[in-house]
Ligand binder design. Structure first.
Ligand code: ZN
Length: 757
């Protein structure tokens, strides 16, 4: 009878575990789209999509400086006028971290009762060269317009709301750099930025800024079910991504950066179009932007200024089952950790008093860590194997769901087998105690080094620790509590590591799945024979999903194979290069006339698969305008002129040139964290190169020989190369900047100045 009850209890916690894992994914779901007939004060994705369709028109790529971008600019101004908002176009020359351009920011104000500490709603309207940018960031701009309409339909707010549709983001945050120098920016206290790195998914809070406890408190008031977490923020910070928010944050503004990140295979490709834009994601952007604007701009400025006193705190926060956002101040972390570790150690002491041997408990803990290490190795090995078999043809492929299922299921059999062995050798209490160790380690490491991730370790540890001291004699139950909590917090990250970082994230899927299922092992093993059926099912699902993934085409109408064409050379020789970001179909290279091996295009242009020589390119002209010693430093000014009227031109300098000394048409580059990264070459660009060329200046130590390249770049390929582009289009799509033609000229700057300025 007793064992029958225990069996039912095991089944119950297993059901709870599955439920927790399933519900955890709700925090990652965008809401349903709201229809066109919704009340005027409500954000409607249907209305926003209609606006976006008009703004994008024929859905041409519209990078900064293009005629298509000027048309998009005019349509945005017209859409704002349609809702009664008078927008201003600020045409400015500005520089990002490496590229300068003349940008045209669209700026408008919705007056509140007070002009101070205004809220800025920001999104960029320029696209990359390869695609129309319906999600990135047309959706953000449409959200701005529909939010403004909804705000104007309601009562006036306490503070001004500024709208910024920025230009030049894709070239390197240039519009944002221009805007932070405008007098309007001094009025801005808080920024809500809208972005996308994909075509669907929840509009996640991916970024705030240090000292975010206050704004997270505001978030919880206005958006009780907001998606995103302090872990997302930690992950985002560790990735080499920047948005306009980077600039606003650098300038000391607090705020929230919302972005969706699923459907990343279509990011910066022709398929980032209206057809692939998820209306639910758009609705989520709007719900976030409108609610946060009303919350932040709805409060009188003085009230916030008062409460902002004292030391700014960071918050740990996360979405729980799509139902609520939980949060606590980071300063609580050490206390929570101490409590969790004390509970865990006391648990060990009590188990020893009950007859467990200390050595056995220690051995079980080491065995569990070894098991996770084996699992990590297995995940890595299967990834290598599937890659060798051709299943990872690009960062993201159409096999994504099958691959994620493969790597989740892969965790189950070894965990069951390993758990069985540990339980046989060490006994149930030792296994149960050991399954909490990874959470203790994660909690301690995160509290020390990555506070935003601390909840992943702290909560399972605390929940199981408290429960264990209440029902010490039921290890199956108290360890399962950790599993149920962990499933609710960890599972979204287990299944989303592939959508987030591509196929290299798949081994993490297996490891995270293993950590989640670990504390459930005592319950699973209590199922006796059924557990082996479960292990076999795990093996079967792993193989079935892997085989189906291998059988399925990697690319289809919704998941493009990314590959750019580059026509590059100088006045001596030029040729076409294929620069694929995916494996190409068998036979394509030879049929399309590309070599089988890639080689460097030139010293600073990366690698590509060359074809036969084509017509030479007229090289840009480089003219040393001045070269002299100034304050012990050698100052060189070079004029770069495109002899073929290319829209972009610049210099490629040795990587150790002092970035702070660089000037483009007299303008310094914007400060950036990337300037500290070592690089062999530093490419400085001007988009919108004048016919008479542009002057690039830099300083170097006297007495040094310099190798410098001048280059120009135009979008697209020479007409004679169009057959190759058509051949590529049959199997692949351009990505990011798209196809381009680059010509260069190399010059040696002699060790001694040729002239004195
Ligand atoms: Zn963007």
């Amino acid at each position: 009878m007793q064992s029958e009850t225990a069996r039912w209890a095991s089944l119950a916690v297993i059901v709870l575990f599955v439920l927790s894992a399933a519900l955890s994914l709700r925090g990652d779901q965008p809401p349903a789209s709201v229809g066109i007939d919704a009340p005027a004060t409500v954000f409607s994705a249907s209305r926003a999509a209609t606006v976006l369709a008009r703004v994008l028109g024929d859905e041409q790529p519209h990078p900064t400086g293009s005629a298509a971008n000027a048309r998009v600019r005019d349509r945005i101004v017209a859409e704002l006028a349609r809702i009664g908002v008078q927008a201003q176009v600020q045409r400015r020359f500005a520089c990002g971290a490496s590229t300068c351009a003349t940008v045209e920011n669209i700026v408008a104000r919705i007056p509140g009762t007070n002009a101070d500490q205004a809220v800025l709603l920001a999104a960029h309207y320029d696209s990359v060269g390869a695609g129309p940018g319906a999600s990135d960031d047309g959706a953000g701009v449409a959200t701005l317009i529909e939010s403004a309409r909804a705000l104007l339909a309601g009562p006036p707010l306490a503070r001004d709301v500024w709208l910024l549709a920025s230009d030049g983001e894709e070239l390197g945050l240039i519009g944002a750099e221009a805007f932070v120098r405008e007098p309007e920016f001094t009025r801005i206290a808080t920024v809500i930025n809208l972005e996308a790195r994909g075509t669907r998914g929840a509009s996640l809070l991916i970024e705030t800024q240090p000292g975010n406890a206050q704004i997270i408190a505001a978030l919880r008031r206005a958006l009780p079910r907001a998606s995103g977490s302090s872990l997302d923020y930690e992950i985002y910070r560790s990735l080499p991504n920047d948005t306009d928010f980077t600039v606003f944050s650098r300038e000391g503004r607090e705020g929230l950066n919302f972005a969706w990140a699923k459907g990343a295979a279509r990011y910066h490709t022709p398929l980032d179009n209206l057809a692939h834009l998820d209306r639910g994601s758009l609705q989520h952007h709007g719900d976030n932007a409108l609610a946060m604007t009303r919350e932040l701009a709805g409060r009188a400025p003085s009230a916030t200024a008062d409460s902002a006193g004292g030391v700014a705190q960071d918050a740990v926060f996360f979405n729980l089952f799509g139902a609520t956002v939980a949060a606590w101040p980071v300063m609580l972390n050490p206390f929570l950790l101490a409590l969790g570790l004390a509970l865990w150690l006391a648990l060990g002491v009590r188990l020893v008093r009950r007859g467990s041997r200390t050595a056995t408990l220690a051995f079980a803990s080491i065995a569990v860590l070894a098991l996770l290490a084996v699992l990590a190795g297995l995940g890595w090995g299967v990834h290598v194997l599937l890659q060798a078999l051709g299943a990872m043809a690009a960062m993201w492929t159409a096999q994504s769901a099958l691959l994620v299922a493969t790597f989740v299921a892969l965790a189950l059999p070894p965990m069951l087998l390993g758990g069985y062995a540990v339980q046989r050798w060490c006994g149930l209490p030792a296994l149960a105690l050991a399954t909490l160790l990874p959470f203790a380690i994660v909690a301690a490491a995160a509290v020390a080094a990555m506070p935003g991730a601390s909840y992943l370790g702290l909560l399972p540890l605390l929940a199981a620790g408290i429960c264990a001291h209440l029902v010490l004699g039921r290890p199956v139950l108290w360890s399962a509590v950790a599993a149920v909590v962990a499933a609710g917090l960890w599972f979204p990250y287990a299944v989303d590591s592939y959508p987030a970082i591509g196929h290299p994230g798949l081994p993490a899927t297996t490891l995270l799945s293993g950590v989640i299922v670990l504390p459930l092992l005592p319950a699973l093993l209590s199922l006796r024979r059924a557990v082996w059926a479960l292990a076999l099912a795990g093996v079967a699902v792993t193989f079935a999903c892997a085989l189906l993934a291998l059988a399925r085409p990697a690319f289809d109408a919704d998941v493009p194979r990314p590959a750019n064409l580059l026509y590059a050379g100088d006045s001596d020789a030029a040729r076409l290069y294929l620069k694929p970001l995916a494996t190409m179909p068998v036979g394509f290279m030879r049929q399309a006339g590309f070599a089988d091996v890639s080689r460097p295009v030139t010293a600073w242009l990366g690698w590509g698969y060359p074809s036969a020589n084509g017509p030479t390119l007229p090289a840009p002209s480089l003219q040393v305008e001045s070269d002299g010693i100034r304050d012990g430093r050698r100052h060189i000014a070079i004029r770069v002129t495109s002899t073929r009227n290319a829209k972009e031109g610049g210099l490629v300098l040795p990587g150790d040139i002092d970035v702070a000394s660089i000037r483009v048409q007299g303008q310094a580059l914007a400060p950036s964290r990337w300037h500290a990264e070592p690089t062999r070459w530093r490419r400085i660009a001007l988009v919108g190169l004048p016919l008479e060329g542009a002057v690039f200046e830099f300083e170097t130590a006297p007495g040094r020989n310099l190798e410098v390249y001048g280059y120009d770049r135009s979008a697209g390929l020479p007409p004679v190369m169009e057959p190759a582009a058509r051949a590529r289009d049959a199997v692949a799509m351009p990505i990011h900047g798209g196809d381009s033609t680059i010509a260069w000229q190399r010059i040696e700057v002699a060790a001694t100045p040729q002239s004195q300025k």
